[in-house]
Design a protein around this ligand. Structure first.
Ligand SMILES: Nc1ncnc2c1ncn2[C@@H]1O[C@H](COP(=O)(O)OP(=O)(O)OP(=O)(O)O)[C@@H](O)[C@H]1O
Ligand SMILES: Nc1nc2c(ncn2[C@@H]2O[C@H](COP(=O)(O)O)[C@@H](O)[C@H]2O)c(=O)[nH]1
Length: 189
């Protein structure tokens, strides 16, 4: 297995498009790719593990991280909780030549474009808006009010797809993963 020199890849896209699913598939099939673990003030969902899916932190701890410059980017997502990328681990992996993936929202992607313009920016798109709604409802992790809030954000995010260097349609997870790792320059020798 060989890789091109390590560059940061940012994966964004609307709620429930499958960013987490595709990122997990990348991690499972391409363990040489490192997936950043974000900090969030959101409460864990059943089955989510602190330090694996997110660093679940209090509002006070998030404030401290943001104010001390520990976050590469951060945003209030869906108008409610804060999410941010711890800077140190990303810089360490990139310095060590490890292909590094961030799964973040549009606001965060725009911040990273400002600070790290050499990164690759990938937008994961749904086959259709109806399919996006089916996936959000099918996931069953949010109530009706939170789903509506997320779909409002989704409309804004979908309108920004052209800002990204690559758009990948998540019609099928394995295929979307293959396209993502190809864009990342992760190739099998
Ligand atoms: N290609 C696909 N085909 C069908 N279902 C999919 C596909 N990809 C993901 N899903 C399903 O869609 C739902 C949402 O996926 P996931 O949680 O990965 O989305 P997400 O983009 O990370 O969402 P959010 O931004 O809200 O965290 C899950 O139930 C997942 O199993
Ligand atoms: N700007 C950032 N956005 C992030 C980060 N980590 C995750 N996210 C985005 O938040 C939403 C909601 O996630 P959920 O787990 O509550 O469904 C989703 O779009 C993620 O991509 C981050 O570090 N910074």
């Amino acid at each position: 297995m060989t890789t091109t020199p390590a560059r940061l890849t940012v994966l964004a896209g609307p709620t429930a498009v499958g960013k987490g699913t595709v990122s997990a598939d990348v991690r499972a099939r391409y363990p040489e790719v490192w997936l950043s673990v974000s900090a969030t003030t959101r409460a864990p969902r059943p089955g989510e593990i602190d330090g694996v899916h997110y660093h679940f932190v209090s509002a006070e701890e998030f404030d401290r991280m943001a104010q001390s410059g520990e976050l590469l980017e951060w945003a209030v997502v869906h108008g409610r909780n804060r999410y941010g990328t711890p800077r140190g681990p990303v810089e360490e992996r990139l310095a060590a030549g490890v292909p590094t993936l961030l799964e973040i929202d549009l606001q965060g992607a725009r911040q990273v474009r400002e600070s790290m313009p050499d990164a690759r920016f990938v937008f994961l798109a749904p086959p259709s808006f109806d399919e996006l709604v089916r996936r959000l409802v099918g996931r069953g992790t949010e109530g009706a009010e939170e789903r509506e809030r997320r779909l409002q954000t989704a409309r804004v995010e979908l309108a920004a797809a052209s800002e990204f260097d690559h758009v990948i349609v998540n019609d099928e997870v394995t295929r979307a993963t293959d396209e993502l790792v190809h864009v990342m320059g992760v190739v099998r020798a």
